[in-house]
Ligand binder design. Structure first.
Ligand code: ZN
Length: 180
């Protein structure tokens, strides 16, 4: 499969798998908006040089949030993409606080490519927290979320100044909005 077809096929699959899912914020955006934003950040950060990572970005929440198996991703997109998705997938059988702690603990052991994907994901989530925070989140909860994002990001082994700056700007903006 050529890379353009693979990326569009992943976008189509993601739109289908996440069709009924909305983001947590008051705007209730379709979840695919998040997946496309993360994929675009990954594509831009890597100058379009890692199509499999862009495909993985489109599929990064499929196993975690939808009943999609690793095997299904292997069958359609190959082992490399599936391994990247699994690297950034939380174990949803664990309690939320434990999952959040494990993201901080596991961040340094992510491969450099999965680390770029994770940092793009955190950037997108912090941007959403600024423009469309969940209605029931008070300032303290928003600030705690920003700090958690910073804790994960600080431990990721990413050497990508462009993406690190995008993340820092998103975290600063989310913090300012929470304090406003
Ligand atoms: Zn995500």
């Amino acid at each position: 499969m050529d890379t353009l077809t693979a990326v569009l096929k992943a976008a189509e699959r993601a739109a289908h798998w996440h069709a009924a899912q909305r983001r947590k914020g008051t705007a209730q955006e379709p979840y695919i908006n998040h997946l496309i934003e993360v994929a675009r950040l990954v594509a831009e950060a890597t100058d379009g040089g890692d199509p499999n990572l862009v495909v993985a970005a489109l599929l990064h929440d499929a196993i975690e949030d939808q009943p999609v198996s690793r095997a299904a991703i292997v069958a359609e997109f190959g082992e490399d993409v599936a391994a990247l998705v699994v690297e950034v997938t939380d174990d949803k059988t664990l309690p939320k606080q434990q999952r959040k702690r494990l993201q901080v603990e596991h961040a340094p052991s992510l491969s450099s490519r999965a680390a770029i994907l994770k940092l793009a994901d955190k950037t997108s989530n912090l941007t959403a927290l600024t423009v469309s925070p969940p209605a029931d989140w008070n300032a303290a909860r928003r600030l705690e979320y920003v700090q958690w994002g910073r804790d994960v990001a600080a431990r990721l082994k990413v050497e990508n100044a462009w993406l690190q700056e995008r993340f820092a700007n998103a975290a600063d903006a989310a913090e300012r909005a929470a304090r406003a």
